[in-house]
Design a protein around this ligand. Structure first.
Ligand code: 5AD
Ligand code: FES
Length: 352
């Protein structure tokens, strides 16, 4: 098993079967070795520095009905909200003062936010904060819409592929969503020139080790700048309410395998990981992640952006996620930095 980890670290291609062996591994010693090597690669490219992104969850209206997601349109219990442009700019101002140099605008697929409205918000943020990177995470759109938002100044785009296996994708989504379209969106975004992030949930319903190996294969092929990974966590108002959650162990293994597969990648230790384990985000960094995304949304709306149950950072005490995470990172010997936090390789393919 160690040889497989070494082979990955040497940037050699693993077969699907070899990936599956590593994914299924439950030997603690091997896991520790995997985390140690992932950390070595993370530190080689980024040192003991962790990038921070200010996450602004600006709308929880969504026209989609993904079976796992708490803000799916069929959820009548969700209290819907939208931030105004002014609210969003206020979040950015506060965030800038706290040292954020990347803002992530994340929301459901909300038809109220037309291309024109979003482009206007994007250009206003870029005008006020030209030294900041702006990331969008607002779902599937036509090529021309992505182009318009890019022209308005958006730098990065997060769109998790959710699962690379088409049959699995169809079991997680309603029939009107297609795996082909999702993948096309990711390639469109890349061709336009965005720094692109894909990603998936670990332990989502019906997921197999083979699916996870395919996710790594897809990531190797797409060569994204960022990969978002967190455990699946059941949400009480969704069809998957009784499904088992993803585990800490499996999520950490996947984080380290992504780090070894794409050495330079920007890899967040996610809020979902912090939700299934009190020090999950610290453990994620120690398994090779190098980004944290503290919540910058107004505290008044945080309890409403509930993709999954028991989400952390939604109470009054969490007004200052920035300093909380800074302390947490310091506690494990890492330092959060004030910078845009760009990918070390402007063209990921150049690394190979
Ligand atoms: N558990 C964990 N992650 C979830 N997401 C959506 N619902 C859940 C859930 N129940 C993730 C999806 C989506 C991202 C914004 O949040 O992967 O792409
Ligand atoms: Fe939000 Fe700690 S990061 S309260």
């Amino acid at each position: 098993m160690r040889e497989l980890v070494d082979k990955l670290e040497e940037n050699k291609v693993l077969s699907k079967e070899e990936y599956i062996l590593l994914i299924k591994n439950r030997d603690n010693e091997i896991s520790e070795y995997l985390f140690e090597r992932a950390r070595a690669v993370q530190q080689k490219y980024y040192g003991k520095k962790v990038f921070v992104r200010g996450l602004i969850e600006f709308t929880n209206y969504c026209r989609n009905d993904c079976l796992y997601c708490g803000i799916r349109r069929s959820n009548r219990n969700a209290q819907r909200y939208r931030l105004t442009k002014e609210d969003i700019l206020n979040c950015c101002r506060e965030g800038y003062e706290l040292g954020f140099r990347t803002f992530v605008l994340q929301g459901g697929e909300d038809p109220y936010f037309t291309d024109e409205r979003l482009a206007d918000i994007v250009s206003s943020i870029k005008e006020d904060y030209p030294d900041c990177a702006l990331t969008l995470s607002v779902g599937e759109k036509e090529h021309e819409s992505y182009q318009m938002l890019f022209d308005a100044g958006a730098d990065r785009y997060l769109l998790r592929h959710e699962t690379a296996d088409d049959a699995h994708y169809r079991r997680l989504h309603p029939p009107e969503l297609s795996p082909e379209r999702r993948k096309k969106c990711l390639y469109d975004l890349k061709a336009i020139g965005y720094q692109v992030g894909c990603g998936f949930m670990v332990g989502s319903p019906y997921q197999t080790a083979e699916n996870l190996a395919d996710d790594l294969g897809f990531i190797k092929e797409l060569q994204p700048h960022m990969v978002g990974i967190g455990p699946f966590i059941a949400q009480r108002d969704t069809p998957f309410r009784d499904m088992k959650n993803g585990t800490l162990e499996q999520t950490l293994i996947m984080l380290s395998l992504v780090r070894l597969t794409l050495p330079y990648v920007l890899l967040p230790s996610t809020t979902a990981l912090g939700t299934i384990d009190p020090t999950g985000r610290e453990k994620g960094i120690l398994a090779g992640a190098n980004v944290v995304m503290p919540n910058l949304s107004p505290v008044s709306v945080r309890k409403k952006y509930l993709l999954y149950d028991n989400k952390i950072c939604t109470g009054d005490e969490s007004a200052q996620c920035r300093s909380c995470l800074q302390m947490r990172m310091k506690g494990i010997g890492y330092e959060t930095v004030v910078s845009r936090g760009d990918c070390v390789s402007p063209e990921p393919d150049a690394q190979n």
